[in-house]
Design a protein around this ligand. Sequence first.
Ligand SMILES: *[C@@H]1O[C@H](CO)[C@@H](O)[C@H](O)[C@H]1NC(C)=O
Ligand SMILES: *[C@@H]1O[C@H](CO)[C@@H](O)[C@H](O)[C@H]1NC(C)=O
Length: 176
Amino acid sequence: METPMSLFPILFLFHAFLLASTQPSAQQGDALIRATCKSTNNFTLCVSTLQSDPRSFKADVKGLAHITLEIVLSKAKQTLTAIGNLFKNTMDPVLFRKYGTCILQYNRTVSSTLPQAIKALETNDNGASKQGAQDAATSVQTCGVQSASNEFPVSTQNKLVQDLALVAKSIISTLG
Ligand SMILES: *[C@@H]1O[C@H](CO)[C@@H](O)[C@H](O)[C@H]1NC(C)=O
Ligand SMILES: *[C@@H]1O[C@H](CO)[C@@H](O)[C@H](O)[C@H]1NC(C)=O
């Protein structure tokens, strides 16, 4: 079927209208990020983390939860690598054992707990996803409390992973 030429401007306007109404502006996106982060216990961390990923400005709340979990996973992987290097380079048998325990915790978090939490979210199993985020925070916390910060050079990074996992958990909680 042929479209009469005279319809094109109307179709164009209609298309523009659809785009405008289905794609939230960056401003609306930022408002949703802030509203969502209000429900977490670390607003500043939540907002700065989500704003660091351009996808956040076009995401719904489930999308924001997904992005946060992905960022937790990527930060946890970086921390695991850093602890792995500490482990390889220490001569101290006590630290060697502590780092070894941390590596086991992080390895489980990175290879199983967080990927499963992400899958659970994707299949709308919000309960399992929330539990996964909590488990990740707990594992990582265990790793931090066993070492004084002067003997654990990645304690800030470790705390960040823990805090972010709890932010993810709070966002997932708002999904019901
Ligand atoms: C990490 O976990 C994976 C999968 O569970 C396992 O194959 C690997 O041996 C583990 N690595 C360490 C260092 O524990
Ligand atoms: C928020 O998280 C950051 C990063 O781990 C931490 O430095 C800060 O103390 C946390 N703030 C609160 C209120 O928990």
